[in-house]
Ligand binder design. Structure first.
Ligand SMILES: Cc1ncc(COP(=O)(O)O)c(C=O)c1O
Length: 450
């Protein structure tokens, strides 16, 4: 049970101290380079009070797009960005989203008043049903609290900070590798981040034994971050049987699962199939957290729509948990934005709109699956050395190609193909037209003499 700790008593506890320490460590190299004698006072007009700042490095993922934008080559290809592109290489706004936006604009009764701290009530209710299933006992028993947050990232951040304040174990285990933002989000939320083995480079598949060993030796009560589906960056998901093993281990060790669901529907094309791992954890009656994002599956990237759900043992605990989550949100961004959540709520509420959405979502997922097959066939037809079957076995937006940093550099320099240095490519950024160019580049990178 979550102890009813008040916000005031916690502010003076070790939470804020710990976070200050983390931040201090973060800036320690910077501090070393500051000479306090030349630090200008705010009233001195000659120099900027920020003149001592070092230029921060680009975000490793977003930096790929920055480099791509600077390249004048007509054949350049950006496979770094985690956003869907059409066959023509263009961003996509779903038809159902456009239609709902039009309706919202025409609704005379709509206003732009502040939302409550927890966001749009209907959006929260419908988001919980989407991830847990409409007939989930946890929802029927009011054991779930759902709070609208700023997309997946914001949901993870709010969930992380809630745990740092109120949960007795402050260590979170994240997969190795994982989305690059995870360690930063949880560290700055006040948690201590450790990793568990996830990916086996030799098989380009799951290191299931390593995962079981690492979670098996995690201290009881530790938080475990799990990608609900379409693991980023590897595209490697556990099988249903492996999920069942993982669930049993997590429950037997009283670990606390925190699911990151950024790709529901995007992996298999089915919203229900992709939610299955989360649902099996809810079905066993245990507690858990889920961060949901509508960036990819509804194409609402820039609208920043997501939700944090916390499944509790009882309705009473859930309502106390919600009251404390509100205290995390209020000083962070006060309350969430209204537009994106209104679009999602309208689509989830209406059977026809919902059906239309699932068709468009499946078309995106199918195009990605088709690109996997095309790339695999193109490498095979070139006789590119190596077993490339992982391209069709992996799932979701990304493929972890197995190319090393040197090969990635070569492909960028010689073929103007942009991707992260870990060899991850976004299948959503590929089209039938660009597959041959990528296959040529991979073939050249793999076969060139060094
Ligand atoms: C695994 C994972 N989690 C969370 C996110 C968060 O995305 P957003 O904040 O745009 O919803 C992403 C985005 O790439 C992701 O890949």
């Amino acid at each position: 049970m979550v102890p009813p700790v008040s916000f005031e008593s916690n502010r003076s506890s070790s939470f804020s101290d710990r976070r200050l320490n983390i931040l201090a460590n973060h800036f320690v190299t910077l501090n070393n380079s500051i000479d306090s004698n030349i630090f200008p006072s705010p009233t001195a007009s000659s120099d900027s009070v920020f003149a001592h700042l070092l230029r921060a490095p680009e975000d490793p993922i977003l930096g790929v797009t920055v480099a791509y934008n600077k390249d004048p080559s007509p054949v350049k290809l950006n496979l770094g960005v985690g956003a869907y592109r059409t066959e023509e290489g263009k961003p996509l706004v779903l038809n159902v989203v456009r239609r709902v936006e039009q309706q919202l604009v025409n609704e005379a009764s709509r206003n732009k008043e502040y939302l409550p701290i927890v966001g749009v009530a209907d959006f929260n209710k419908l988001s919980a049903r989407l991830i847990f299933g409409a007939d989930s006992p946890a929802i029927q028993e009011n054991r779930v609290t759902t709070v609208q947050c700023l997309s997946g990232t914001g949901s993870l951040r709010v969930g992380g900070e809630f745990l740092a304040r109120h949960y007795h174990q402050r260590t979170i285990y994240i997969p190795q590798p994982t989305w690059g933002n995870h360690p930063k989000i949880f560290t700055l939320a006040g948690l201590s981040v450790k990793t568990y083995r996830y990916y086996a480079p030799r098989t380009k598949g799951l290191d299931f034994q390593g995962l079981l060993e690492d979670l098996g030796s995690a201290p009881s009560g530790s938080v475990v971050l799990l990608h609900a589906c379409a693991h980023n960056p590897t595209g490697v998901d556990p099988t249903p049987e492996q999920w069942e093993h993982i669930r049993q281990l997590i429950r037997s060790k009283a670990l606390l699962p925190f699911f990151d669901s950024a790709y529901q529907g995007f992996a298999s094309g089915s919203l229900d199939t992709d939610a299955q791992p989360v649902r099996t954890f809810v079905a066993d009656g245990g507690e858990l957290l889920v961060a949901q994002s509508y960036a990819k599956n509804m194409g609402l990237y820039g609208e920043r729509v997501g939700a944090l759900s916390i499944v509790c043992k009882s309705a009473d605990v859930a309502s106390r948990v919600e009251s404390q989550v509100k205290l995390v949100v209020r000083p962070m961004y006060s309350n969430p934005p209204i537009h994106g959540a209104s679009i999602v709520a309208a689509i989830l509420r209406d059977r026809n709109l919902y059906n239309e959405w699932t068709i468009e979502l499946k078309a995106m997922a199918d195009r990605i699956i088709n690109m996997r097959q095309k790339l695999f066939d193109a490498l095979r037809s070139r006789g590119t050395p190596g077993d490339w079957s992982h391209i069709i076995k992996q799932i979701g937006m990304f493929t972890f190609t197995g190319l090393n940093a040197e090969q990635v550099s070569f492909m960028t320099k010689e073929y103007h193909i942009y991707m992260t240095f870990d060899g991850r490519i976004s299948m959503a950024g590929l089209s039938s037209k660009t597959v041959p160019h990528l296959a040529d580049a991979i073939h050249a990178a793999v076969t060139r003499a060094v």
